[in-house]
Design a protein around this ligand. Structure first.
Ligand code: SF4
Ligand code: SF4
Length: 208
């Protein structure tokens, strides 16, 4: 439809280098098979980054097995806070009675994608990427579990509407992806809870 064009390997590598220079996050859809997109994004308007902030529990974006570790000598300059695309970094008091105004960076590990953008950007090299204490739970299972629990409790509609999942088509796609992979009886249950003709038609088409 004129929205995409093929690029060769050289142009592709150039584009990746540009993305790296501009501190963009390279990520892919958080599924094990049939990845629909990879992207290089900032956090200001990318739907996937916004979904990662709002719906972290659905884990719509692939997360690495690393986390930035903040050194005790962090100067509190705030560069990492500005660079992080999902607002996983903030500045807090260093709790230093001798320097009551001193601030240091603090990480919200639940939001962090482990992309390393902040590590590259720290002007004083106060950040290091370390392995997460536990390997990331296979993300698709987490979404899977959330959706199944909602269906079993008859609350799928609340999961979608109360959490405003519909505002992000990628988070919605993650939920629908789980529904389409369910056994037929559960798909029918999901369809009834949502009262969605759209979902019914797709389920019919995939052959329930
Ligand atoms: S960019 Fe580095 S020095 Fe600045 S607040 Fe973040 S961790 Fe600390
Ligand atoms: S690695 Fe750094 S920039 Fe990337 S999500 Fe985590 S805190 Fe944000």
């Amino acid at each position: 439809h004129g929205h995409a064009r093929e690029v060769d390997k050289t142009e592709c590598l150039d584009l990746l280098a540009q993305a790296y220079e501009h501190n963009l996050v390279q990520f892919g859809e958080n599924v094990r098979e049939g990845v629909n997109f990879i992207c290089n994004c900032c956090g200001c308007c990318c739907e996937a980054m916004l979904a990662a902030q709002r719906f972290a529990f659905l884990e719509p974006v692939h997360t690495t097995n690393y986390l930035p570790q903040i050194s005790e000598s962090c100067t509190g300059c705030g560069t990492c806070v500005n660079l992080c695309p999902v607002q996983a970094m903030s500045l807090v008091s260093a709790n230093n009675p001798k320097k009551p105004k001193r601030r240091i960076a603090k990480l919200d590990a639940k939001l962090c994608l482990g992309c390393g953008v902040c590590v590259r950007g720290c002007p004083d090299a106060q950040l290091t990427l370390i392995q997460r204490p536990q390997r990331v739970i296979t993300p698709r299972d987490s979404t899977h579990r959330t959706v199944i629990m909602a269906i079993e409790r008859g609350k799928l509609q609340h999961l979608l509407f109360d959490n405003q999942v519909l505002f992000s088509h990628r988070a919605l796609a993650a939920v629908f992806g789980v529904i389409f992979a369910l056994p037929p009886a559960k798909q029918i249950l999901a369809s009834r809870q949502l009262k969605s003709h759209y979902l019914e038609k797709i389920i019919d088409r995939v052959g329930v």
